[in-house]
Write a protein that binds this ligand. Structure first.
Ligand code: DQA
Length: 152
């Protein structure tokens, strides 16, 4: 029997729509559209579908996580931006759905200001990828796929 097609949601939070122009010395010059194209080129196939959503609003991100459950999404890659460090609502939203989620950051948050060392969402994520810039998204998709395949 052919493998069931997996669907991943790549969810980006506040200010990530400004990638490419936003503090390029920290986040690089790659735009979010470039990242989407990189991920699709590297991973999209007959056995893996990718959906992308970005919002600057905490509630819209919570809604997208809830909707992922109804839409049969198999895995989420979440760059929650600054909400990583503040949002109990996002932590609760991830905990409220049964979807393996990877926390992602372009920058190495642990090498930056101490307030970025705190994450409310790590606790409810299967793993964290940070510090690899735009390539982190490609790594995260691969890691999530392998995790789902090894967990059966
Ligand atoms: C970020 C790191 C966060 O601390 C910051 O608020 C962001 C981007 C990253 O991708 O490195 O907006 O999540």
């Amino acid at each position: 029997m052919p493998a069931r097609k997996l669907e991943f949601l790549i969810l980006n939070g506040p200010n990530l729509n400004r990638l490419g122009r936003r503090q390029p010395e920290v986040y690089g010059r790659t735009t979010l559209a470039d990242i989407e194209a990189m991920c699709r080129a590297a991973h999209e196939s007959e056995t893996l579908g990718l959906r992308f959503f970005q919002s600057n609003h905490e509630g819209a991100l919570v809604d997208a996580i809830h909707a992922a459950q109804d839409d049969g999404i198999d895995g989420i890659i979440l760059n929650a931006g600054a909400y990583t460090h503040t949002s109990i609502a996002l932590m609760d939203a991830i905990a409220s759905v049964e979807i393996p989620t990877i926390e992602l950051h372009l920058s190495n948050v642990h090498a930056r200001e101490s307030f970025r060392h705190v994450s409310y969402i790590s606790k409810v994520c299967v793993g964290v990828i940070c510090g690899f810039g735009a390539h982190g998204y490609v790594l995260a998709i691969d890691a999530l796929r392998q995790k789902l395949e090894s967990d059966g």
